[in-house]
Design a protein around this ligand. Structure first.
Ligand code: FEO
Length: 393
């Protein structure tokens, strides 16, 4: 266990070996954070994934016997946070499970057990002794049941999925880990988990304005404390949720015989020459969840594929399907590729990019077999359009 504040402890589980979170690559593992608050009515905020319950119970036992727990706050029914409630209730069957109305529905569906529920609404306060918990419902950040819990007297926000990062480390505070890695992982987390619900994030951030926060304790990764980290992560969430984008472009492509790659490289060179910040992302070497992080701040998304069986490469189809689910806003781009003996329409590729919410600003560029210098020179016009549009607003 690790002390966060007076009578507040981290008692979670570090999942060092997790490498995929339902398709989101997690090269640094993750943590499931549970927090124990000691007061007249000892309270646990969230639990951990089912297979981490042993570690969680051991950490709780370093402080109090788990049978003493009176309230288990379930901010979110997803199994990475509620998965160990059942094992914990074996020790403290008298404990009440505190959750939102949708949380109760979700927990009943998952566990099929009629625990002692205490259903709370937004703004409701629960006294746990000398201190009080205030609940704020944050539907769709990340599920309909999601809520956050504020420990008023100590200005600690237990934010559940919001402000999380998938990062396993023995340190518990962002300021204990050097470099930008935590901000990069927070961005990746936002892009892959939170971005589809950006409009709900905007509402949730409005609700946070009235809270004075000294700690933000998410349910994954490290805890934000002190200035400027708390202000910085809230500002970043505000920027990401409102799609305030930068003059950046990403070129996402795959290639069979390097022809589509030649086109990608030329587009990259043309944009780079114009001092546009541009990334070249080959899907053979970049996981789609990392690409999602790279396009979080980019206005332009340019996508290329060669023709395979009269369609696009499966890697590109998978990326575009994933991108559609993330619902990016205010992006534009175009498509490109190479083909063999007959020229297909490339409509499927263009449609898929449009369906992902990206505005097509011009017709794509497609060349037969290996593009020659004349073909590649024709890309200047497309790069010019991207440059103009990037600098329009
Ligand atoms: Fe970390 Fe939506 O669960």
């Amino acid at each position: 266990m690790i002390k966060i504040g007076e009578n507040v402890y981290w008692v979670g589980y570090i999942d060092w070996n997790l490498r995929s979170f339902h398709g989101y690559s997690t090269p640094y593992g993750t943590t499931y954070n549970a927090y124990l608050i000691l007061d007249d009515k000892p309270t646990l905020i969230d639990t951990v994934k089912g297979y981490g319950s042993g570690d969680m119970l051991r950490r709780i036992s370093e402080i109090i016997h788990p049978s003493k727990i009176q309230y288990i706050v379930s901010n979110h029914a997803e199994m990475d946070h509620s998965g160990a409630i059942d094992q914990l209730l074996d020790f403290c069957p008298q404990a009440e499970v505190v959750c939102s109305p949708k949380g109760k529905e979700g927990l009943l569906k998952h566990f099929k057990k009629n625990w002692k529920f205490k259903v709370v609404d937004s703004g409701e306060t629960l006294s746990i002794g000398k201190r009080n918990l205030q609940f704020h419902l944050t539907p769709m950040v990340h599920w309909p049941d999601s809520m956050i819990t504020y420990l008023k007297e100590q200005k600690i926000l237990f934010s559940n999925d919001s402000f999380g990062q998938h990062y396993a480390t023995p340190e518990r505070f962002v300021d204990e880990v050097g470099g930008d890695i935590i901000f990069r992982e927070a961005a990746k987390y936002y892009a892959n988990i939170v971005m589809p619900y950006s409009s709900q994030v905007i509402k949730a951030l409005e609700g946070l304005q009235s809270l004075n926060m000294e700690f933000i304790c998410p349910s994954h990764g490290l805890i934000w404390r002190k200035t400027p980290n708390i202000e910085t992560i809230i500002d970043l969430y505000d920027k990401w949720a409102n799609s305030r984008l930068s003059e950046q472009a990403v070129i996402v492509y795959d290639s069979m015989w390097h022809s589509t790659e030649k086109i990608a490289l030329r587009i990259y060179e043309l944009l780079d020459k114009e001092n546009i910040s541009v990334k070249l992302l080959n899907l053979q070497f970049n996981h789609i969840s990392d690409v999602a992080a790279d396009l979080l701040s980019a206005k332009a998304i340019i996508v290329g594929s060669p023709v395979l069986n009269n369609g696009m490469l499966p890697s590109i189809a998978s990326f575009l399907s994933y991108l559609k689910g993330l619902k990016p806003k205010n992006r534009f781009g175009f498509t490109f590729g190479s083909y063999g003996w007959s020229k297909p329409s490339f409509k499927e590729l263009e449609e898929a990019l449009k369906l992902a919410g990206v505005e097509l600003i011009c017709e794509g560029s497609y060349f037969q077999y290996i593009p020659d210098e004349k073909d590649l020179a024709s890309l200047s016009a497309l790069a010019g359009k991207i440059k103009t549009k990037l600098r329009e607003e």
